[in-house]
Ligand binder design. Structure first.
Ligand code: BGC
Length: 832
């Protein structure tokens, strides 16, 4: 019998420290001057706390993050974040947490800056891959396992990014505006569980504002909820440069400003303490928290360096491989293509930009540089063995190649104006291409104002669809016009992703092309190109596809297209739709593998493709795991951690994702070419409320492309014998049990999912909500009996009037199945 995953009902405040720790922390504090205390509440050298030798306090070392201990050189890069959520396996997550703890200890790291537990509200959020799922219950269960694993190794977990940090655009300035019930039911539970169940000893405030107040100075979130209701005893640190007001942060719960004291420093706080606007006891509380965590972890009594661990670890590689294996999610498998029959496949073509080198993670501060990542090409070659021919081609040019390949008609006129608004006398030049693009986010500040207009034209040699691609970086902004009509615009590049669109041209047609570019920093980082889409795909790729028995197209996002600091597109990166479309017409035996946190647009080619494998960001062993799944050496077992939409427009957050007015207007290129003067703080209205992901789909009765919790296997499972009490007392724990059987002929793992509905509720509630799950490994023909215990929270909603969790007694329905939409078992229960 298995006892599955369900969380305790009430928040259990972490136990206070022992009297010895308390006494020692106070004794240390008492020896410090106010200046010394203030020095301790800001970081130093980008990844350290301050040392105070006079009380024997060393500086403590930090590192990013959940995909690998990345800050200090090459490391094991794991299938982390969203991949762990796709595994639905808390035990795996715990093991990975322990492994990260060991990786941290061998590098003397005291704080790991993870896990990230924000909700995947929209597929566009550039950091979904670092986070977990669209569901607060799943996030809570996995966050707790991760934290327990990590902290068991003597390394502090830093749960981030608190809170409502669900998009990356304009992340320092935009306000996530949500009502309290939405926060309590959707966006806060994973943080609550991390603190009250996982006992995380650090939390990181996010960059954004919440209901108009920056996270780092948000009284409601930091003082009332985190430190008040949840009894958080640890350190609340800022994200890197996420403090905007020293007194505001000091008075509203922030304990540590990272990476250095830009605002919570002596210059601001000494006079504030003097004039009474900040109490010295408030500073003392922050220092005490830092001292208590230091003592709690024994950082004064033992070296953090643990030589019994390895920097390059074979044991870690095995965990990274297990995590990759458990995450890969088979979404489509028509006919008999998968698993591949090794005896029949003689030639396999592996095509696409994500086939080689390995795409282990997305971009930004989580990037973990693996020692020897296994690409899909090498994974397949290793798995297929010496008798199978593996043909690899990238198939698409890289960005710079694309820009340089463009044939502009009659040359390019580049006018560089000595102003930010295309006024004044321009300096004229005639570059050969518009290909100054560089990926750097940051550069020296542009002291002399400049704006650049490129004017050129393009002649279509053939009739067809032409791809127009533009790219810039950092805080550059631009717009592109074809025959006077704006086709592309980037209000503020924030990162380095390319923008693209297609236009249809007839043979011989010439169009005028104008690009207006405002560099954000010194130098020019703009690129623009235009190529017939059909010409993008290399001849080699087409030849390989024609010669192969089976084709694997490795597509999807990567570190440049799905990253911290920028949002991503719903469409696959440029050229990939055309690639899949073209190749499937040459050889229909195609398997598409997609890197990406959650859903993307598959409409153009999905019907033509017999097999689709979602691989998220599978870490350094991803290529091996993909090959094992394709050849049936590992039976796929991942389940979607988010509902996959057909189109961005149908996503429940689509209408509310961007601010109605003021989205990034500070740097918008307006029609006049001038940035607007009416800067408005962008307010993101979370008017989708609790209708996130499957809550929306099941409540509206509409169906997404693939539902939350869905994933195929090479075997089949059945659910039976649901037993639940007919009645129970409100607030009591309710045990629900059922059987899961492997009805097929190969071993496999199924995730049994339990959803609760509240049809007699007095308030409106989502149609169903995940309240329990269990991963079950089964041999062919084997049955396991699963019991899930549902606590009071499983039946509760946040009562906005009473400001507390409430159960409406009456009828509840319990459903069990293998996805949010397929729940063959159900039972009614009356709570009295
Ligand atoms: C990120 C954090 C990260 C920090 C330190 C910030 O840009 O938002 O998640 O931990 O940098 O690298």
């Amino acid at each position: 019998m298995l006892s599955g995953c369900a969380l305790a009902a009430t928040a259990q405040a972490p136990a206070p420290d022992s009297p010895q720790i308390e006494a020692k922390a106070h004794a240390m504090l008492s020896k410090l001057t106010l200046d010394e205390k203030i020095e301790l509440i800001g970081g130093t050298d980008y990844m350290y706390t301050f040392a105070e030798p006079s009380i024997g306090l060393p500086r403590l070392k930090m590192s990013d993050a959940s995909l690998g201990v990345r800050t200090w050189g090459p490391t094991t890069s794991y299938a982390g974040g969203v991949s762990l959520a796709a595994s639905w396996d808390p035990e795996l997550v715990r093991r990975e947490g322990e492994a990260l703890g060991k990786d941290a200890r061998v590098r003397s790291v005291n704080f790991l800056l993870g896990p990230g537990v924000n909700i995947a509200r929209s597929p566009l959020n550039g950091r979904n891959f670092e986070y977990l799922s669209e569901d607060p219950f799943l996030n809570s269960a996995l966050a707790v396992a991760f934290i327990e694993g990590l902290q068991s190794q003597g390394v502090v977990a830093t749960v981030k990014h608190y809170a409502l940090n669900n998009s990356e655009f304009n992340r320092h300035n935009s306000s996530s505006d949500a009502d309290e019930r939405t926060m309590r039911e959707i966006y806060l539970p994973a943080f609550e569980a991390a603190v009250t169940k996982g006992h995380a000893d650090a939390v990181m405030n996010s960059y954004n504002l919440i209901n108009g107040v920056h996270a780092t100075q948000n009284e409601f979130l930091n003082l009332k909820v985190l430190k008040g209701e949840w009894g958080f005893q640890g350190i609340l640190m800022s994200d890197w440069n996420a403090v905007y007001d020293g007194v505001g942060a000091a008075n509203n719960g922030l304990d540590l400003e990272m990476p250095n004291a830009r605002f919570m420093n002596a210059e601001t706080l000494l006079p504030a303490v003097k004039d009474g606007s900040v109490k010295e006891s408030t500073i003392d509380d922050k220092v005490l928290r830092i001292l208590r965590v230091t003592l709690r972890y024994g950082f004064l009594d033992r070296p953090q360096f643990d030589p019994s661990n390895s920097t390059y670890s074979v044991a870690d590689r095995a965990i990274a491989l297990d995590a990759a294996r458990e995450s890969l999610t088979l979404l489509k498998n028509d006919g008999t293509l998968l698993p591949l029959n090794a005896a029949k496949v003689k030639t396999i073509a592996v095509i696409g930009p994500n086939a080689y080198p390995a795409v282990t993670g997305g971009g930004g501060s989580s990037t973990a540089q693996a020692f020897e990542p296994v690409s899909i090409v090498t994974g397949i070659a290793n798995q297929a063995g010496p008798d199978v021919h593996v043909l690899y081609d990238r198939a698409l040019p890289d960005l710079m190649e694309f820009l340089r390949r463009t044939h502009w008609q009659g040359g390019i006129e580049m006018a560089t104006y000595p102003s930010k608004d295309f006024t004044g006398t321009p300096e004229m030049t005639k570059p050969r291409s518009i290909a100054d693009y560089r990926q750097e986010w940051w550069g020296p500040e542009d002291k002399s104002p400049r704006s650049i207009r490129y004017t050129t034209s393009f002649k279509a040699e053939k009739q067809g669809k032409y791809l127009i691609l533009s790219a810039a970086a950092g805080s550059d902004s631009y717009k592109v016009l074809v025959d006077g009509k704006q086709v592309l615009a980037h209000p503020r590049a924030e990162g380095q992703n390319a923008r693209f669109t297609t236009i249809d041209l007839t043979a011989g047609q010439t169009v005028n092309v104008v690009a207006e570019y405002l560099p954000g920093f010194a130098g020019n980082r703009f690129g623009l190109g235009m190529v017939l889409e059909a010409d993008l795909i290399s001849d080699e790729a087409k030849q390989f596809a024609a010669a192969a028995d089976v084709v694997v197209i490795a597509a999807g996002f990567g570190p440049n297209t799905e990253s911290e600091g920028q949002d991503r597109t719903f469409e696959l990166p440029w050229g990939q739709d055309a690639l899949i479309d073209t190749i499937t017409k040459i050889n229909p035996h195609v398997i598409v593998t997609l890197n990406g946190a959650v859903g993307s647009d598959t409409r153009r080619w999905l019907a033509q493709v017999p097999a689709l494998l979602q691989i998220y960001y599978p870490g350094q062993e991803g290529g091996t795991a993909v090959a094992e799944v394709l050849f049936g050496k590992h039976n796929p077992e991942g389940k979607l951690p988010a509902s996959f939409d057909r189109s961005w427009e149908e996503d429940p957050s689509a209408a509310f994702y961007y601010p109605v007015k003021g989205a990034d207007t500070s740097l918008h290129v307006t029609e006049s070419g001038k940035p607007p003067v009416d800067y408005v703080m962008p307010h993101i209205k979370y008017d989708d409320g609790m209708m996130v992901g499957y809550r929306y789909w099941t409540t509206t009765g509409k169906h997404p492309l693939y539902p939350f919790g869905f994933g195929l296997s090479y075997t089949t499972f059945s659910f039976s014998k649901l037993t639940a009490p007919a009645t129970a007392a409100s607030g009591s724990t309710v045990a629900v049990s059922f059987d899961v059987t492997n009805t097929g002929s190969v071993a496999g793992a199924e995730v049994a999912q339990l959803y609760v509905s509240d049809p007699s509720t007095k308030v409106s509630r989502p149609e169903r909500e995940l309240k329990g799950f269990e991963k079950v490994n089964l041999a062919p023909g084997e049955t396991k009996h699963v019991t899930l215990n549902l606590d009071a929270r499983a039946f509760s909603y946040w009562d906005t009037a009473a400001h507390k969790w409430t159960i409406d007694p009456g009828k509840f329905v319990i459903r069990v199945g293998d996805s949010s939409e397929n729940t063959p078992l159900s039972a009614e229960l009356i709570l009295k």
